[in-house]
Design a protein around this ligand. Structure first.
Ligand code: 5GP
Length: 135
């Protein structure tokens, strides 16, 4: 059965899309730690990040960089934190989180549930800074 993230890529489940290219897809985390918290996934479904083939892995960080630069321009923060957990959804993904203090990255913090309007505005603000070929 396809993962929930594959179903998002296929458009079967809605998301707040940020960017995509032929290998990767980026969208807002539905329950962010901070507004602008974005997930980057390979389109090819692989559960564990270190089982992703090396060519795809080597392209993933440059893609994340473009997304992170856009988040940094759109969301007030000191920098973009990067982490991989993968305990909840069995489809490799990198979390990009706008942070200002260490505790902003704490996954034990309660997750946010933002309004549809806020999520739409946040995604739109980030997309303003995404290169056209990734929209
Ligand atoms: P992890 O697998 O790294 O522990 O966490 C998975 C992340 O995916 C969580 O932060 C969770 O909020 C997010 N998530 C789970 N299901 C969905 C979904 O259907 N849509 C979106 N946009 N994010 C999801």
């Amino acid at each position: 059965m396809p993962t929930i993230f594959t179903r998002i890529i296929n458009g079967e489940i809605p998301c707040y899309k940020i960017a995509e290219d032929k290998n990767f897809f980026a969208f807002l985390d539905i329950n962010p730690l901070k507004p602008g918290h974005t997930l980057v996934i390979p389109k090819k479904e692989v559960d564990y990040i270190f089982n992703v083939d090396e060519t795809t892995l080597s392209l993933m960080l440059p893609f994340c960089k473009k997304v992170a630069e856009a988040i940094k321009k759109a969301i007030p923060c000191s920098r973009i934190g990067v982490t991989v957990i993968g305990l909840e959804v069995p489809h490799a993904h990198i979390h990009l989180i706008p942070i200002s203090v260490m505790s902003d990255m704490n996954f034990a913090n309660p997750k946010l549930s933002l309004s549809r309007e806020t999520m739409t505005q946040t995604a739109s603000a980030i997309r303003t800074f995404i290169p056209n070929d990734l929209l």
